[in-house]
Design a binder for this molecule. Sequence first.
Ligand code: 3PG
Length: 417
Amino acid sequence: MAGKLRMRSIDEGDFKGKAVLLRVDINSPVDKQTKRIINDNRIRKSVPTIRDLSEQGAKLVLMSHQGDTTDYASLISMHEHAKRLSEALGKTVDFIEDIAGPAAAERIERLKDGDILLLDNLRYFTEEVSTFEDSVKLDPAGMGRAYLVRRLAPLFDCYVNDAFSAAHRNAPSMVAFQELLPSYGGRLLIGELGALQAITEDPERPCVFMLGGSRAGDAFGMIQRVLSDNSADAILTSGLVGQIFMLADGLSLGKASERVIEEKGYGRYIVEAAGYLSRYRNKIVYPRDVAFERHGSREEVQVDALPQDEMIFDIGKDTVSLFAIEIERSKTIFVNGPVGIYEDDISSTGTRNLWKVVEEANGFTVVGGGDTVTSFTNFTDTTKLNYVSTAGGALIRYLSGVRLPLLEAMGRAYDRV
Ligand code: 3PG
């Protein structure tokens, strides 16, 4: 067993000549236009487990999702992932444009010891999409009837999971194979859990949470927890999360910004945010000034000068200074979500300047989330941060005390041994 974790590590298995199904999470940010991968952090961090299993002589098959079905924007094939993995590993990772059909089965059966094959995007299957779990509640045994599991499980001797960043997804690829195959945790999964256990056990105070980005559901789940258990001394909000707090406090943002919040169905969080403001106003900070583009140039206004027609895309410099004071006085700093649209020069100033403050902070810095890590990689020297997680939603839920489906499934498999 790995530390206090209820799962076997790959050090406890013998994989020579075995057909091993390895669930990784190499879901990566892609360029909106070209659909090329713009950050390969998760790909590189998946390499140690892949290398170990292949060098031991496993017939290794990798599966992962890429993108999601909320906007289909990055729901693309895994072809480039195989190329990037091959480069990072220094060994060929083959790719097949199939997941569990006859072509994949035939190819898996032909694998030789040490070979590595990557299947196509798991989210091409409805069974695997993250939105599906909201309306269909299947337990892991029920998920054993999914096409993916029925087709693939009989082809393998064991299952390894190294996808901590998808641990919150109750999907067949994450929780069902453990019911049928001997199961192990990969190096990244066990490493992430070890590091997070260390920071959740009695973090140094003051402890500040910087929550931005556009995934309001994730942020609000965490806000609820860290306010009610008193682990947050301050919550600095930005991105859409910050805008929701501004609306909750009676500010009007302007039509363009409010439409985005409405289209994402985030109206319910405005009510929730109003409740937090009435009980915890001294701990919650939202932007004092915001930025937008007008006639091709960046402009900033104080929030009391809102609403304005253009869409808000960043925080202003006064907010950067305000947040910097909180960051500099904190002993534990958790960051999830860029403060604005970090991909364009004109809108990245806030994220760029604030991430520099985090990079230089004396407190223990923990950073997680796909876009968050990409933006830190773009703007800072990430080796100066104390802990960079590959996870976003899973990390937030873990820190929120939510039970993660993956950990439950690995625990059940461990108890059966
Ligand atoms: C992530 O990017 O957080 C993981 O890959 C899970 O993706 P999801 O939030 O789209 O399920």
